[in-house]
Design a protein around this ligand. Structure first.
Ligand SMILES: [Fe+2]
Ligand SMILES: [Fe+2]
Length: 268
């Protein structure tokens, strides 16, 4: 299957089953087509984007003894995963001239995001919340509209949002285990494992595509668009291990953590 065809299926199928259907390849990239920035992905009527304040806030972990609250958390995370998938499809259409190896790698990551979406959908269903019964926001999709290059994408999604998820997945695993929900914790651990690979993919391509003579940190910072900034790549507790496993250098991890170099919080 052509990569553009796969991207189009994800972006223009309103039907969730079609959007989330796994496509193992082999992929080809012969007709990558013109560069097009798709303004909105097709979605079923009950999963149309709403304003951020209209969608439910993430329930506080102190409420996770209630299965329905955990179901809401999985519903919110299913929408995050679905947006990650849609943003990646958007990147395939927006940057047809990116290296084929990058585009093929991205299609592999999209297969993981399809699976992550289904894992959260299944788990919220089991906890009594059907996916599509709560309002969903467009936070990640909206941020992606600022990406003007593949490097912007790498800084924004894999190195900031997916980087942050390295910490978030471990926090949620701990919170779910604290209330004895081993199954939800298992979902978080599985996604954490995949996310290490996704951050590693972003790191390798940042190194490959940055300007010669620029450090990884300089490249990362120069491609982040406000309000994205390095602090957004950290959860409540910063974990070095998964970032080392993703291949990041110790120097880069130090700077992400806010140690060494300039004051990372000077701009808010
Ligand atoms: Fe994911
Ligand atoms: Fe991911």
């Amino acid at each position: 299957m052509e990569l553009r065809e796969f991207a189009d299926r994800v972006l223009f199928s309103a039907d969730l089953e079609t959007k989330l259907a796994p496509e193992r390849g082999p992929f080809t990239d012969v007709n990558s087509g013109p560069a097009e920035r798709v303004p909105l992905p097709a979605r079923p009527p009950n999963l149309q984007f709403c304003e951020r304040k209209e969608s439910p806030a993430m329930p506080h972990p102190d409420t996770f003894g209630d299965p329905l609250r955990r179901g809401v958390a999985h519903h919110i995370m299913a929408n995050h995963e679905l947006q990650a998938l849609e943003v990646m499809a958007w990147v395939l259409r927006a940057f047809p001239d990116a290296p084929t190896a990058f585009r093929l790698g991205l299609a592999g990551v999209m297969g993981d995001e399809q699976r992550h979406t289904r894992l959260h959908m299944q788990r919220c269903h089991e906890l009594g919340v059907e996916f599509g019964t709560l309002k969903v926001n467009r936070y990640f999709w909206g941020k992606a509209q600022q990406f003007g290059s593949v490097l912007d994408y790498l800084a924004g999604l894999p190195l900031t949002f997916e980087g942050c998820n390295l910490d978030h997945t471990l926090e949620f695993e701990e919170w779910f285990l604290a209330v004895g929900d081993v199954k939800s914790a298992g979902v978080m651990r599985a996604i954490h494992h995949d996310e290490i690979g996704h951050v590693g993919f972003g790191w390798r391509w940042l190194k490959a595509l940055k300007e010669a003579g620029q450090s990884e940190w300089e490249a990362y910072q120069s491609h982040l668009h406000w309000p994205l900034r390095p602090e957004k790549s950290r959860g409540k507790t910063f974990h070095r291990g998964p970032r080392q496993a993703a291949g990041m250098s110790d120097e880069f991890i130090d700077r992400l953590e806010g140690r060494g170099g300039e004051n990372l919080s000077q701009d808010g």
